[in-house]
Design a protein around this ligand. Sequence first.
Ligand SMILES: [Zn+2]
Length: 283
Amino acid sequence: MRWQDGRRSDNVEDQRGFGVKHGVIGGGAGILLILAVGLLTGADPLSILGAVLQESGSMDNSPVVLTAAENQSADFVAVVLADTEDTWSAIFTRKGMVYTEPKLVLFKGSVDSACGSADSAVGPFYCPADEKVYIDLDFYNELKDQYGAPGDFAQAYVIAHEVGHHVQNLLGTSAKVTRLEERSDETTANRYSVMLELQADCYAGVWAKQTDNTRHFLEPGDIGEAMNAASQIGDDTLQKESQGYVVPDSFTHGTSAQRMKWFNAGFTGGNMDACDTFNAAVL
Ligand SMILES: [Zn+2]
């Protein structure tokens, strides 16, 4: 991905320099709330909660020293965020709508959001209540080493997926789905969650295509990196790795095949209309 010459967004809130007290605000209820909003994966909620509970109560006020690699990651994220601002603003304008830019919060360890407090173990997420994307950049190492999804465009896809949730929030889709989920049994609610997540993947594909149309930022292998990332964080792949078997009714983000299919559906034509996961005959 050609990113160095891109514009940097002003909407990055860098909170990595502050030590955060664990377990002061939010607690278990906050963490559960986070799990209900726009996470990137549906991986292991119980082990995530375990990690959070183990850490709560500890305090860390030591100053955070950032490495050159971490600063470069932050620079990269600022370019990707700017590309989402430019591309989604143009798409909304063509629809006669106004795109409100989300903030992106960089944090280290844990963070407080309007959706509750969260540990970096939950991975990147979007909080509709404050319209902010939250990411601990250490996730990019996990993405490469644990999930087997290296590459700068895999990293860009992560941001684009979360911004996809922001688009859903602006369009009222997220609120509609939350209302549906509240009236549904768990299996049905999970199905709505999958539709919402696959649509965010599709919007990430729309963003990739439209940004490339204007800025020609894609390099050979980039789309492959995004498709591989979408595949590696599919519910079936993650469940097979963590527990050795899959429980389709418990899926909240879609299978590897579905996540690749919907990213590609958005990327192929660069058209949001191709992202109607809610009325698709087959997901
Ligand atoms: Zn998501």
